[in-house]
Design a protein around this ligand. Structure first.
Ligand code: COA
Length: 160
């Protein structure tokens, strides 16, 4: 019989996060964002996949061969994070935090000292737990209420 605790523990063990570009992992990125943003949140596909994709660095979390989460970092927009999404059945297991931590580690490595993004307001507590702070007024994007959030990123400690 499957023990849910053991199943959840095994899942975490076989998850891996990678840093990539859009063209190398287009299908994996699209599958997660189609499921979360287009199907679940009813965001228009043409709006969801924009001209910034090829300029961004992308994070994908895999469980085995399956892409289960993603996010992107736009350095040309001064460290703008976007499109953070975890497939529904994998939420609440630290996968979203893994996406954000992977982006932050990459930002440290490339000396990007501040990260910012437009957060859907329902996700503010998630980002706050990771040290991000909201600022400015609430606004609407893709028919969803948003607020801007940011966090300074400390420099990476050089290896001795
Ligand atoms: N409200 C309060 N706390 C939340 C939360 C919420 N909506 N979502 C996550 N958290 C907390 C978790 O409890 C956890 O806390 P802990 O460290 O004390 O255990 C911490 O934040 C990390 O949560 P995690 O399990 O890594 O989050 P997740 O994998 O469920 O991913 C989202 C969070 C927001 C990325 C995910 O819910 C999602 O993909 N939502 C749909 C897409 C979306 O709205 N993306 C955000 C666009 S701005």
């Amino acid at each position: 019989m499957d023990d849910p605790l053991v199943t959840s523990f095994m899942r975490v063990l076989i998850m891996r996060a990678i840093i990539t570009d859009f063209d190398s992992h287009r299908e994996a990125i699209q599958s997660v964002r189609e499921e979360v943003f287009v199907n679940e949140q009813c965001i228009d596909r043409a709006e969801e996949f924009d001209e910034r994709e090829i300029h961004c660095t992308h994070v994908i979390v895999f469980e085995g061969d399956r892409a289960i989460a993603t996010g992107r970092l736009d350095i040309e927009q001064n460290g703008r994070i976007g499109r953070v999404a975890v497939v529904k059945e994998f939420r609440g297991q630290g996968v979203g935090a893994l996406v954000m931590r992977t982006i932050e580690q990459h930002a440290q490595q490339i000396a990007q000292h501040r990260l910012w993004f437009h957060a859907q307001t329902h996700a503010i507590p998630f980002y706050k737990k990771l040290g991000y702070e909201p600022y400015g007024d609430e606004f609407t994007e893709a028919n969803i209420p948003h607020v801007t959030m940011h966090k300074p990123i400390s420099a990476a400690i050089p290896k001795s």
